[in-house]
Design a protein around this ligand. Structure first.
Ligand code: DUC
Ligand code: ZN
Ligand code: ZN
Ligand code: ZN
Length: 463
């Protein structure tokens, strides 16, 4: 057998430790790891570099219609940013409009994504209401490879579901082997707090934080864990973008009792704090749940290191300054600022530098939460999320010594700011390979628009 490409002299890292040797690639797949004697067409010398599995960003919102705006990153810009950040697969949220059936929403998302994606991608399904035949459609959605769902306990009048509907949906999704993702914040109380602040004329971005206190995430996490536990031990559930240590602990305790409940967090909760909501450009930092205290940040790092946090997703949900300001001169009241921040391109450098280089998490844990675990959770494993023969040749190649000062100039999103402006990191993705093809090198995304593929999810694996 003659190989297409051999990656030579790199340090290869996997979730179970480093491996010695070269990687042989044929037809986009890894065929051999070790001492390679076979003939090959091309060799790439990666001395001094680290090869890790391509990241899986299991939480993006490209072309997302939300809070009267559609996110600025479409599937082309958004996945260009992913690819530049070493993310070879995203899992994006199909968002049906009011009254739309789930299958036509799925088809719309495929139609949006297929001609534009540079990375590979999978899909989750948001369910915002139980209209006529949503419950009956769940098995067909799963048959399309959409095996994970997202339900909201917040965003009253937009996405929030009452407890009865949450119960019914978790039960149905679970009957068909799907995973339920939950946005856990108490939307009723948030709505009350927002009205109280607005009445008092308190409209600045910092009131976004005061209207969504830690306890409302903790309460909602407790409530949904209780509801899901009632459905039974087969329920597979994960709490998305967890921002408090206490919410992680609730879920870990259920896991100790045998439940398949997990947490995701995002790099922004690990690296930024509430002070950002006092800056002149505070409107850029409005996302939900809100940025929290340094005490919570520290709690999250500890729980990431211990394995209590299962995955990292970016919640990439980008709005331009104009959109954040709702096309007005002045910053609108905090509750009218579209919620969301960029993030898919900076998962790797932030987690590698502030986590691995600073000695807080191991390289193995970094890989586990950024590729192996999301692949398992979203039914993409072993095609994705690991370096072994038979898997797709998806790699992020890190120069561990490369120093970069983060600015919009080094990033690829369709906006002209970053929430990490001026942050200095050491360790940067310098090459991305997707199914054996170099799609990013020397700061340039060279992967073609539409060259990414839809990867249908299979049965989720949760230990
Ligand atoms: N939170 C955000 O900040 N943006 C998108 C949706 C969400 O839950
Ligand atoms: Zn509706
Ligand atoms: Zn959410
Ligand atoms: Zn989200």
């Amino acid at each position: 057998m003659s190989l297409d490409i051999v990656l030579k002299n790199a340090k290869i890292f996997t979730s179970s430790g480093p491996i010695e040797g070269d990687i042989g690639i044929k037809d986009g797949k890894i065929v051999k790891i070790g001492d390679i004697q076979e003939q090959y067409i091309k060799t790439i010398d990666l001395s001094g570099k680290y090869v890790i599995p391509g990241l899986i960003d299991g939480h993006t919102h490209m072309e997302f219609p939300f809070m009267s705006e559609i996110t600025a990153d479409d599937f082309y810009y958004g996945t260009k940013a992913s690819i530049a950040g070493g993310v070879t697969t995203i899992v994006d949220f199909v968002t049906p409009s009011h009254g739309q059936d789930l299958i036509s929403a799925y088809e719309k998302w495929r139609g949006n994504a297929d001609p534009k994606v540079v990375s590979d991608y999978g899909l989750h399904m948001i369910i915002r209401e139980i209209n006529s035949n949503v419950l009956e459609q769940i098995p067909s959605v799963i048959n399309k490879g959409v095996v994970s769902f997202k339900l909201f306990m917040a965003y009253k009048n937009e996405l929030m579901l009452p407890d009865g509907d949450l119960y019914k949906l978790i039960k149905k999704i679970s009957d068909f082997g799907g995973v339920t993702g939950i946005h856990a914040e108490n939307g009723e109380i948030i709505n009350e707090l927002i009205q109280e602040f607005l009445k008092e004329g308190k409209v600045e971005p910092i009131y976004h934080y005061y209207s969504r206190p830690d306890i409302l995430e903790i309460e909602a996490t407790n409530r949904i864990a209780s509801i899901a536990s009632l459905v039974g031990k087969d329920v597979k559930m994960y709490i998305v973008h967890t921002s408090t240590g206490e919410a992680v602990d609730i879920i870990s305790n259920y896991r100790k009792m045998g439940y398949k409940f997990f947490n995701e967090t995002t790099p922004h909760y690990l690296t930024l704090n509430t002070e950002m909501l006092k800056r002149p450009d505070a409107f850029r930092y409005v996302m939900s749940p809100p940025l929290r205290s340094d005490e919570q940040r520290t709690k999250l790092w500890y729980r990431l290191a211990s394995g209590d946090i299962f995955t990292i997703g970016s919640d990439h949900c980008v709005y331009s300054d104009l959109q954040k300001k709702r096309h007005m001169e002045k910053v609108p009241p905090f509750n009218e600022i579209p919620n969301g921040v960029p993030g898919t391109e900076t998962i790797l450098p932030l987690l590698y530098y502030f986590g691995v280089k600073k000695g807080i998490i191991s390289m193995e844990r970094f890989i586990e939460v950024t590729s192996l675990n999301p692949a398992k959770l979203f039914g993409l494993y072993p095609q994705k999320g690991t370096i072994m023969p038979g898997s797709d040749a998806d790699f992020a190649i890190i120069d561990p010594e490369k120093k970069v000062r983060i600015s919009p100039d080094v990033l690829h999103s369709n906006i002209d700011y970053t929430i990490y402006d001026g942050v200095e990191v050491e360790g940067w993705n310098v090459m991305t390979m997707r199914r054996g093809e170099i799609v990013y090198e020397e700061g340039q995304v060279i992967g073609k628009k539409g060259s990414g593929k839809y990867i249908p999810g299979k049965t989720p694996i949760m230990m």
